[in-house]
Design a protein around this ligand. Sequence first.
Ligand SMILES: C[S@@+](CC[C@H](N)C(=O)[O-])C[C@H]1O[C@@H](n2cnc3c(N)ncnc32)[C@H](O)[C@@H]1O
Length: 221
Amino acid sequence: MSEREQGLGDVQRAHWQQIYGWHPGMYGEEPSDPAIHAAAVFGAAGARKVLELGAGHGRDALYFARQGFSVLATDFSPVGLEQLREAAAAQDVTERVTTAVHDVREPLPLADAAVDAVFAHMLLCMALSTQEIHALAAEVRRVLRPGGVFVYTVRHTGDAHYQAGAGHGDDIWEHGGFAVHFFSRDLVDALAGSWTLVEVAAFEEGGLPRRLWRVTQTVPR
Ligand SMILES: C[S@@+](CC[C@H](N)C(=O)[O-])C[C@H]1O[C@@H](n2cnc3c(N)ncnc32)[C@H](O)[C@@H]1O
């Protein structure tokens, strides 16, 4: 990781800490549409153990737990994860939810083939370089069992904020304090290289609206 990338990532970590402090539960209590979709896909694949990356305050991790999955929810914001743990207690699902503060620029804190499914909603498109995104996809593949499923979503180059605000290179643009790596379709395809790419579905979220792809790919058996 270059000093410049390290710097942006660390600024973003402080930003997310502040944002979750100012706006507890900012994404609401309802699960996202991609999480509802992913739970159905994970269930059909016989998954039980789910890893969520960039879980924030846990609207989706808690949904997975309510659906009966065992979830490890990670994020680099301890403030978001503290809100997640409080909500897990209120919803009586603490037995099925574990949290870990983790920066995805580092290797995942799990053994090989430790989980059945991985979910990441708007995490791969954070302030990560293309190299870091490839390294993360390799880590996700390492911790998934053969046949395991990875569902992730990313904002893409058709989003209204693409090329708006301050450019950091490598298709990373910062707008209103949030740095986003806008994905090209080439990047999605490159990440799926040694996986089975099942689906790339376009959808929108929020008032802007954010324009995203929901990508489903599996580890060949
Ligand atoms: C756009 S938010 C989405 C949160 C959650 N997935 C949701 O949809 O409710 C992105 C999340 O990724 C986390 N994040 C950003 N960069 C990260 C990194 N390098 N490592 C771990 N988490 C990161 C942020 O703290 C934030 O919670």
